[in-house]
Design a protein around this ligand. Structure first.
Ligand SMILES: Cc1ncc(COP(=O)(O)O)c(C=O)c1O
Length: 363
């Protein structure tokens, strides 16, 4: 089930299509933290009705200071966005690249932004036999002559991660060739040791995208941020839509970033559930599960049933997965599922087992 833009997470449309009450949908198609949002954020949210009639700070200073303090960077190295999606589009509109390289399969919004800008898009296709891992020598080769490379790390939908040290080497080589890197770290909170922010300076030729909608389960309020050289951020701020980050989003984001206990607990629970789901999915003969460091798995259907059909069958059990057939470089054999709480993971596993048993019995 995807939206008109081809993403997962459209629970309302799914509920309407399959005649399920929205509250009963088990959404494994979006990659939100199943233990979020943090309690601390919910408390502040409940006390925030007075903000509804106030204009937000157009510069989101409160949030920028909090983010900058954590790294540490200058608040002027930070730009806040209405989700990191706003910043993907803003950056492309500002950079106006002639040629860009995408490493596919990956998050589709980069291509959308580049197409809207009229940029020539080149693709480096990752190979299934390498578990969709990136080879940096190949990447550099494919990047010859482009202005911008988008690198999603960890990558959606594959869950593969390029280690921090390799990205640093890559950035150096790209810098020498005048290639700018957009590094999307929407899922880096699950592997914080690989984050690049601490390597950023005002001379950097890379930009980091961060989202608070995944790890903090705040998709509904749309909040993300970007980190870059101060000169670049200043220019982006000039062209950004005024008040795109609302007041509520700003204060809830600060609360989330301050909740260290939530972050610790989430990572701990995640590790258990991720291992559980990986083992259980891998034990199903009809499936091939790709290794992932993130809170989702890319899965291949080995024979027979296709992802579209599986999506329909799971919908009958109120379970929503992401048919990954519309990712560039994948086809109708692939789907993606998020790591959820144990009960939901178990429901998924039971449903999959039933579906495959029934399809065996029918053949
Ligand atoms: C890799 C990646 N980057 C960015 C985004 C956009 O996130 P946001 O909700 O912050 O706009 C997504 C959403 O699915 C994503 O998967």
């Amino acid at each position: 089930m995807t939206t008109s833009c081809g993403h997962g997470g459209n629970r309302r449309a799914f509920a309407a299509k399959y005649g399920i009450p929205e509250a009963e949908v088990i959404d494994l198609s979006a990659n939100s933290n199943p233990w979020g949002p943090p309690e601390s954020v919910l408390r502040v949210y409940q006390e925030s009705a007075s903000l509804l009639s106030r204009y937000p700070d157009p510069d989101s200073q409160f949030l920028k200071k909090e983010i900058a303090r954590n790294y540490p960077l200058w608040p002027e190295n930070v730009i806040a966005g209405n989700g990191s999606t706003e910043l993907i589009h803003l950056l492309v509109q500002f950079l106006k690249p002639r040629k860009a390289l995408l490493i596919e399969p990956t998050f589709s919004e980069y291509r959308r932004a580049l197409n809207l800008q009229g940029t020539e898009v080149r693709a480096l296709l990752l190979r299934e036999k390498n578990n969709f891992q990136i080879n940096t020598a190949e990447l550099l080769n494919a990047a010859q002559g482009v202005d911008v490379v988008f690198l999603c790390n960890p990558n959606n939908p594959t869950g593969a991660v390029l280690p921090r040290a390799e990205i640093l080497t890559l950035i150096e080589s790209m810098h020498r060739r005048g290639i700018f890197l957009v590094l999307d770290e929407a899922f880096i909170d699950w592997v914080p040791e690989e984050a690049l922010a601490s390597a950023l300076t005002d001379q950097s030729s890379f930009f980091i995208l961060r989202s608070l909608t995944k790890f903090y389960s705040l998709s509904g309020i749309r909040i993300g941020y970007g980190l870059g050289a101060r000169r670049l951020i200043e220019k982006l701020e000039h062209v950004k839509i005024t008040w795109s980050v609302n007041h509520l989003a700003e204060i809830l984001a600060v609360e989330a970033l301050r909740d260290l206990e939530f972050q610790r607990k989430s990572r701990q629970l995640f590790q258990q559930e991720k291992d559980f789901l990986f083992q259980e999915l891998s034990a199903i003969e009809e499936l091939k599960v790709f290794p992932s460091v993130a809170n989702f798995f890319l899965v291949k259907l080995k024979n027979g049933i296709r992802a579209g059909e599986l999506t329909e069958k799971l919908a009958a059990e109120k379970i929503m997965i992401r048919d990954a057939g519309n990712f560039v470089g994948l086809d109708n054999q692939f789907f993606r599922v998020a790591v959820a709480r144990r009960e939901e993971n178990q429901l998924l596993i039971n449903a999959l087992r039933r579906i495959f048993e029934m399809s065996h019995a029918a053949s």
